[in-house]
Unconditional design. Structure first.
Length: 398
């Protein structure tokens, strides 16, 4: 079928609805953002300036945690957390296979070995029972990822970690502002690792990340490591290096931008939740797999992800209608070329493999209107009903 999308981004079905669109957010915040950027330029303090310090304090308050340490990216937040906890060559770290590669790459960068864990059969997050089966004498840590904005099974994960003396490093890249049993995600384990990549709930205008922790020593270790292991980072002498560190500071310009956005995060997450409720209500009888509906505001829907057997056809159907979608993620990590050396085979983590064949994320960004959510829902229902008609016609032999 010919692609109905016109070059303007508009199709004969209506204007484009992209998967993610930061332009409206930025139009609304532009005066504040530009004033904040101008102040940075006027001061010309571009590295570890007052905005980084203030943003760290504001994030610590927002997350209800003792320390928040800004770093260069979410990947670095994971890597520096693991390094600060002493994870090293030869250690094993439990990681979900169904996540972004950064979760496992951070483990590999330290010479440690990611041990892939399957997902719960009826969700997108790590299965604690499968994690337990994969624990060995070398296992030192577990990384629960709060995928798509939904808390992992933290009661079981924390109990497992306590029983086996494992560090818990939460990957909160997709769940800023989310909660579990009323507590902020990123404060339940030893560290929480945030990303401010532009597709996240708290979106920077470039790269950025943060480590949260209630442990003074771990916080200081991350501060030391992000700044080339310079003792000055933790109150010691400049150019004295007790550790080999990294260059992984949060940029002052990003911190200035993120400070203008943080006060809006809760209301933006509220809009995401409203869209999720509308999708769930419109699609509840469609036969399409829907994500869990959060009744207590805990799921913050960085992504609203459907499950369906005809995923690629649904994606094509929506593309023709200028509706943006994405597959997060089309191949689980245990089957990626990068991790082939670990020796996993197809069939080893069956739930992750099925999810990769079925998931499809649809637009859920805060500034969507309810009419746009309705249009996306209608387009999905149109696909489902068209499919049902074809199946009925085939059954009666037309
Ligand atoms: C689950 C998850 N973990 C880690 C990361 C890495 O964050 P960053 O891109 O800021 O390095 C991402 C970012 O896409 C992510 O989605």
């Amino acid at each position: 079928m010919k692609d109905a999308k016109a070059s303007s981004g508009r199709s004969r079905f209506g204007p484009e609805i992209p998967l993610i669109d930061l332009r409206q957010q930025h139009r609304a915040l532009q005066p504040k953002m530009f004033a904040a950027l101008r102040q940075v330029f006027d001061s010309s303090v571009f590295v570890m300036g007052p905005n980084v310090r203030a943003f760290e304090e504001e994030m610590a308050r927002f997350c209800e945690v003792k320390h928040a340490v800004g770093v260069a990216s979410g990947t670095d937040a994971l890597m520096l957390s693991l390094a600060a906890l002493g994870i090293k060559h030869g250690d094993e770290v439990l990681v979900p296979s169904f996540t972004y590669t950064a979760t496992a790459a951070a483990v590999c960068h330290l010479g440690a070995r990611p041990v892939f864990v399957d997902c719960l059969p009826h969700g997108f997050n790590l299965d604690p029972a499968d994690a337990q089966r994969r624990i060995t004498a070398r296992t030192r840590a577990i990384i629960p990822v709060h995928l798509y904005g939904e808390a992992a099974a933290m009661a079981e994960i924390l109990a497992l970690a306590q029983h086996h003396d494992l560090y818990v490093v939460e990957d909160v890249a997709q769940a800023a502002g989310g909660r579990w049993e009323g507590k902020m995600l990123g404060t339940l384990g030893h560290t929480g690792c945030f990303s401010f990549y532009p597709t996240k709930n708290l979106a920077g205008c470039g790269e950025g990340g943060m480590v949260t922790t209630n442990d003074d020593d771990v916080a200081d270790r991350v501060r030391l490591l992000r700044q080339q292991g310079d003792a000055a980072a933790v109150g010691g002498s400049k150019y004295a290096h007790p550790a080999v560190g990294y260059n992984s500071r949060l940029d002052e310009l990003q911190a200035a931008i993120l400070r203008t956005k943080l006060p809006h995060l809760e209301s933006w997450n509220g809009f995401r939740q409203e869209h999720a409720r509308q999708y769930c209500s419109r699609l509840k009888d469609s036969g399409i797999g829907l994500p869990a509906l959060s009744r207590d505001g805990s799921h913050v829907y960085c992504l609203f992800t459907l499950r369906c057997a005809q995923r690629d056809e649904v994606k094509g159907h929506l593309r023709e209608r200028s509706i943006g979608t994405e597959i997060y993620y089309p191949l689980p990590l245990h089957l990626q070329e990068a991790y082939r050396y670990l020796g996993y085979q197809e069939g080893d983590l069956p739930v992750s493999e099925t999810l990769s064949a079925q998931v499809l994320s649809i637009p859920v960004y805060p500034e969507l209107t309810s009419e746009q959510v309705d249009r996306v829902s209608e387009a999905i229902l149109e696909f489902v009903h068209g499919r049902a008609r074809i199946e009925t016609e085939e059954a009666i032999g037309r």
